[in-house]
Design a protein around this ligand. Structure first.
Ligand SMILES: [Zn+2]
Length: 589
């Protein structure tokens, strides 16, 4: 079987970024937004409100559909200026929709409980009662709508503007780096590729050049970071919120107890990973790993390649063992041009999956050149597409899952394939490097992300009292890293707060713990799939279908009978990863 490596976007709109179909679609969407805006008022009857909520979801779908098309266009050709213009237009419509929501939420808050219940009982809204309740509750805890609107307006040239400084500074950075006898000027992205070089000397030089370049920018970023945190804390204070984790936990629909249970299981199990790090240091011929050694490949690392068609067959075959429905879906997606995998110039790096809700389809973007990590990426993105497929018939608001469960299906799919690759590896070296990859991934979630979480919570606490200096930020970061890595490294990265994008993202606060949650939650689900065998498939699908309709605690309890606020579920997920560590230790003893 030959699988196409170029995706089909014409199904949605013919003619790429100059498509007249698309132009027409955006114009129609704009008219709908304006109409909706005009019909939103404080004096709507219950019937009008129901109608409004149905229509607002239709517009949401159209905007998602359009945004998916534009992001595909931008990814397949980074120089597509028309696509960039479309992006601007859609952002504008998105902002208008946001204002409509503020009005609607204010109406929700004003309604009496009895009236509210009557609204929720309406059959046209039965799919989205969770989401509506959530919005009403959140709005009630915020400032009055006029004040929230003003804060959002001021944020454009305040809060978000501070976040943008990061992108500008990174965009103009050129870091001198010696290579092949000449001094090249590399972008931070190019240089960070050298950080995972096989040659330790190159890694060391690269990490030194990287740290020096960022050090120059630390005064600037100390300013922006202090302002970002100051803005957020002031807004929280005005709303009467004391806990900096309140908003991120709300957004991720989870309890503090769950977060604490997860971190405590991770902390208790860290010593096992120290053994792994010790062994890896020996294999690399050093006493202790430095920060730049953690994700370095093993010296014996394999360079095995696998052709695209073979990778597709392999993924389908292994998916089938765990979930025949997932395998059937994957076959169709690969065959019908849902994947853009061709290795050609002009594409942006990285991979993603985006859904086109009006067509009930998804598209996957990546660049495939035959490595094992490409195979893992393809499986991962297919998992995302399957999640979208399971949700495709739900109401739009019941399709909007939070970041912490966004990675459930993708990690699940990736784990199926990663496990199979280890089991089927033809040589010991390949097996070892695949295992090492798996454990490395866990270490990134358990230590790297943990350090970022510790830093950010402590930084926000300290920022309540005063602005922090460059030195104070560096000290706080190194302390967090030492704690998260159990003092096992020979060097740390104290300026990480400056160079990690995630600290400067303003769209979502605390862009860290949801990653770790998503990963370990998914491994826990995978562990249950292994235990239960064929009977698990339908539970799994039902779980995915509910990801945007309840809290994570309710989700786990309803579909897999697990209490996320207790340690058992997390420990059983952890046990599965520790098996990999043990196998690695045994193979290298
Ligand atoms: Zn993902």
């Amino acid at each position: 079987m030959k699988y196409p490596q170029v995706w089909d976007l014409d199904t949605f709109f013919k003619g790429g970024s100059q498509s007249s179909d698309f132009q027409h679609f955006v114009k129609e969407t704009e008219e709908l937004v304006d109409k909706l805006f005009a019909s939103t008022s404080a004096k709507m009857t219950l019937a009008q409100l129901v109608n409004e909520l149905v229509n607002v979801q239709k517009v949401m779908q159209r905007l998602r559909h359009g945004a998916a098309f534009v992001s595909c266009l931008k990814a397949q050709n980074v120089k597509d200026e028309h696509a960039v213009q479309w992006q601007g237009k859609l952002n504008e419509l998105q902002a208008k929709l946001q204002n409509i929501w503020v009005e609607l939420e204010a109406t929700f808050v004003r309604m009496e409980d009895g009236e509210w219940q009557e609204l929720l009982n309406h059959p046209q809204l039965s799919d989205i009662t969770f989401s509506l309740n959530e919005r009403r509750q959140a709005a009630a805890e915020k400032l009055a709508p006029e004040q929230e609107k003003l804060a959002a307006q001021l944020a454009v040239d305040g809060y978000h503007a501070w976040g943008e400084v990061y992108n500008q500074a990174v965009g103009r950075m050129e870091i001198p780096f010696e290579e092949g006898g000449e001094t090249k000027r590399l972008s931070p992205g190019q240089l960070s590729n050298r950080l995972s070089s096989k040659d330790r000397k190159v890694r060391k030089r690269a990490s030194k050049a990287y740290a020096e370049a960022w050090k120059k920018e630390t005064p600037l970023f100390a300013s922006t970071l202090n302002h970002l945190a100051g803005f957020r804390l002031n807004l929280y204070r005005a709303r009467g919120w004391n806990d900096v984790l309140k908003e991120p936990l709300l957004i991720n629909r989870m309890k503090r107890k769950t977060l604490d249970a997860m971190w405590s299981v991770i902390n208790e199990n860290k010593p096992k990973f120290y053994e792994f790090m010790d062994r890896k240091a020996k294999l690399l011929g050093v006493d202790k790993l430095a920060m730049h050694d953690i994700h370095a490949p093993l010296p014996s690392g394999g360079n095995e390649k696998i052709a695209y068609d073979d990778a597709c067959e392999l993924i389908i075959r292994h998916f089938r063992k765990v979930s025949p429905k997932l395998a059937r879906f994957t076959e169709g997606a690969l065959r019908d041009g849902w994947v853009e995998a061709e290795d050609r110039p002009g594409k942006r790096p990285g991979g993603f999956c985006t859904s086109f809700p009006l067509a009930k389809q998804s598209r996957i973007f990546m660049t495939y050149n035959g490595t094992m990590s490409n195979v893992a990426t393809l499986a991962h993105e297919l998992g995302h597409a399957y999640h979208g497929y399971c949700l495709k018939d739900k109401a739009p608001l019941a399709q909007r899952y939070a970041m912490n469960v966004a990675e459930t299906a993708s990690t699940f799919a990736e784990t199926i394939v990663a496990d199979a690759l280890v089991q089927e590896a033809k040589t010991e070296t390949l097996k070892l490097s695949l295992l090492e990859n798996k454990v490395n991934r866990a270490i990134a979630f358990f230590m790297n992300i943990h350090a970022r979480f510790l830093f950010e919570t402590r930084f926000y606490e300290a920022r309540k009292q005063k602005r922090l200096s460059v030195k104070e930020l560096c000290d706080l970061m190194e302390e967090a890293q030492r704690e998260a890595y159990g003092n096992q490294l020979s060097s740390y990265s104290p300026t990480l707060w400056a160079h990690k994008l995630h600290f400067h993202i303003t769209g979502v606060p605390f862009y860290n713990f949801p990653y770790t949650f998503g990963y370990l939650f998914s491994i826990g689900i995978y562990q249950l799939a292994l235990e239960k065998g064929a009977s698990f498939e339908d539970d799994y699908i039902a779980l995915l279908q509910d990801t945007a309709s309840m809290t994570v605690e309710e989700l786990a309890l309803k579909h897999v009978g697990a209490d996320l606020t207790k340690r058992d579920f997390w420990q059983s997920a952890m046990d599965l990863i520790i098996k990999d560590v043990d196998l690695f230790l045994e193979m290298t003893s």
